[in-house]
Design a protein around this ligand. Sequence first.
Ligand code: PBG
Ligand code: ZN
Length: 327
Amino acid sequence: MNFPDYRPRRMRRTEALRRMVRETRLSPEDFVYPLFVVPGSGVEKPISSLPGQFNFSVDKAVEAAQKAADLGIPAVLLFGIPERKDAVGSEAWKDSGVVQKAIRAIKKARPGLTVMADACFCEYTDHGHCGVLHDGQLDNDASLENLARAVLSYAKAGVDVVAPSGMLDGFVGACRESLDEERFDQVAIMAYSAKYASAYYGPFREAVASAPQEGDRRGHQMDYGNVAEAVREAGMDAAEGADIVMVKPALAYLDVVRAVSDEVNLPIAAYAVSGEYAMIEAAAEKGWIDRERIVLETLTGMRRAGADIIITYHAPYAAELLAKGKR
Ligand code: PBG
Ligand code: ZN
């Protein structure tokens, strides 16, 4: 392949040729759309740190989920903001909790839409940590017991996929065991396998009021200098029964997405988190970047790095662009 016999520009000459040899394609089918569910009805409250995203009551979450489904997006991922927070986050496993209600309502309205539910306690505890505290420290095994309760209550509500996000040791095994004991062997687990302690979660913590009151999450989320550890974590989760492994955040961690997808023989999800969305929206708002082109380029980069599934707040927007033939 030497110039002038081979001229790479020949295959870049027209849009039709470029499309024909394109290696990575983007489709609404790749996306998962996160939704934030709050108590009440008729609520559609804009989230100031995530312009274009809302806190929805169950009825409005159903509408948003239906809109996403109409755009060809196959799945939504639910986060809940409870009525009351307490020390252990007990509303997370309440049968009448907002997420449980939203699961039932969305599955009823759109049985074919995949409903995923995030399972963690930081949105549910008054101290904002991802489980039970003992002497100011996150008690791993005590938190696992509550996690098992939470995923079971989601399963009873009809969830398709549970997504434990606390980065607790043994969290996938605890979920699998609890689900299987109650014959929910068909409920899948999407593990937040490589979730880094990241400043990119800032806008999300504002959306769900889950910032820890004291301390941080560095004792359980990963150090951002590490990649071999991510592969190890994803391997452990696969061995414990994960059906999908996730890398999070996405954009600053595309090498991690690549490493995990090379090493782990399971579908790989990348979570384009709140800070990534907020950066694009803020710069686009200022007119400093071209929103349409940046969104499609960024999401395609995640697919190219090896992500099979992309969890993104841009899902409906990107699906609309794709429907218009923008890529
Ligand atoms: C909770 C959780 C977080 C996110 C998803 N699940 C935040 C955190 O760990 O503080 C982040 C999502 C985002 O920033 O978009 N465990
Ligand atoms: Zn958490």
